[in-house]
Design a protein around this ligand. Structure first.
Ligand SMILES: Cc1cc2nc3c(=O)[nH]c(=O)nc-3n(C[C@H](O)[C@H](O)[C@H](O)COP(=O)(O)OP(=O)(O)OC[C@H]3O[C@@H](n4cnc5c(N)ncnc54)[C@H](O)[C@@H]3O)c2cc1C
Length: 311
């Protein structure tokens, strides 16, 4: 029996959901990606602990995804098991605020990493909680948003995170306070913990506010999102903004707005979005990315680096 068979048998015996030979295009917002050997859907920590042990025993590396809204899977077969947070870790619960916060309207919200950002925002609006209005129009999971420090110029996930719960790749559960979380531009490093950690839960620090005030705050983001191709298959912004500049503006200036490579096209609405017009391959997208990077360097001396994760 090979390692993959061992993993499959272990999952079956423990009733853990998985699918073999599954196209990753079904699990990403840009609808692109080759088939993976296996995608596994843990629904809670107990299942995740078991999966981590199984992967360790079978010496397999792995890939973690939330809703795949910032990840481009290449067209080739993916032989590492994919662990998806799409189907589990969905709790949302207000918890007692620490003593020093009581009386100043601060609320701690404990949220599972598999909860989609629109769901977190809906909960916040319904319960008059302010602080996460910038989640409007960002389609990922909370785990993905924290890992990517997602957001905009007004705020980023790291600003409202109080602590996170993780399970390391060795299978150790840790609660990490903010002081040990190094948030940077579209990235999170956890002090003393290497790569490959699973975020299972996030405690957000929000404040009570009038619903009308929250609605006003959301309107700022609503207006901005009207200028993005939200109905198209995309991964959001492809490139990081260089310090003090805008990647979208640079791409427009070098003449790539609306430019296509096969079915991959730079959006006419927002030049930092590359869209899949229907049948684009990862190769088409990567070709376009490469072409933009080379031209930006040649014509403007600017090195554009990607914000998305490429697997
Ligand atoms: C239309 C559109 C608009 C967007 N707008 C914005 C925007 O305004 N601002 C912005 O910052 N981003 C934006 N994005 C990008 C994206 O939505 C965010 O980065 C999002 O938070 C990623 O979440 P995800 O669950 O899809 O992550 P994925 O793409 O699935 O994963 C991203 C990274 O996080 C890791 N990861 C995911 N879940 C976990 C977990 N539970 N534990 C550990 N690691 C994990 C993955 O391994 C990967 O490295 C947009 C995307 C689209 C398609």
């Amino acid at each position: 029996m090979n390692n993959l068979d061992n993993i499959i048998n272990g999952l079956r015996e423990n009733g853990i959901e998985f699918i073999e030979n599954e196209p990753m295009s079904l699990y990403t917002s840009i609808k692109i990606g080759g088939k993976c050997d296996i995608i596994i859907f843990p629904k809670d920590e107990q299942e995740l602990f078991f999966i981590i042990r199984l992967l360790k025993e079978n010496s397999r590396n792995y890939i973690i995804i939330g809703r795949g809204t910032n990840t481009l899977f290449k067209d080739a077969r993916i032989s590492f098991p994919v662990i998806s947070f799409k189907k589990g870790f969905r709790h949302i619960k207000e918890i007692d605020s620490p003593a020093e916060k009581k009386g100043n309207s601060k609320i701690s919200l404990r949220v599972g990493s598999g909860v989609a950002l629109p769901t977190v925002l809906n909960y916040a609006v319904k319960n008059c909680l302010s602080g996460c209005e910038f989640f409007f129009g960002i389609p990922g999971t909370l785990g993905g948003a924290v890992r990517m420090n997602a957001g905009s110029k007004e705020s980023v996930a790291g600003n409202i995170v109080e602590s996170i719960e993780i399970i390391t790749k060795e299978g150790v559960k840790l609660n990490i306070e903010k002081k040990d979380l190094q948030f940077s531009y579209r990235n999170l490093d956890v002090n003393g913990v290497g790569e490959g950690y699973f975020i299972t839960g996030v405690t957000l620090s929000l404040v009570r506010a009038a619903r009308s005030k929250i609605a006003d705050n959301i309107n700022v983001f609503k207006e901005r999102k009207l200028r993005q191709p939200l109905g198209e298959y995309s991964l959001g912004c492809i490139f990081k903004n260089p310090e003090g500049d805008s990647a979208g503006k640079i791409i427009e200036e070098i003449g790539f707005k609306g430019f296509s490579n096969g079915d991959a096209a730079v959006s006419n609405k927002h030049a930092n979005f590359i869209i899949n017009k229907g049948r684009a391959s990862a190769e088409d997208i990567l070709g376009l990315i490469n072409n933009i990077q080379k031209t930006a360097l040649l014509r403007k001396g600017i090195k554009l680096s990607t914000e998305i994760k490429i697997i």
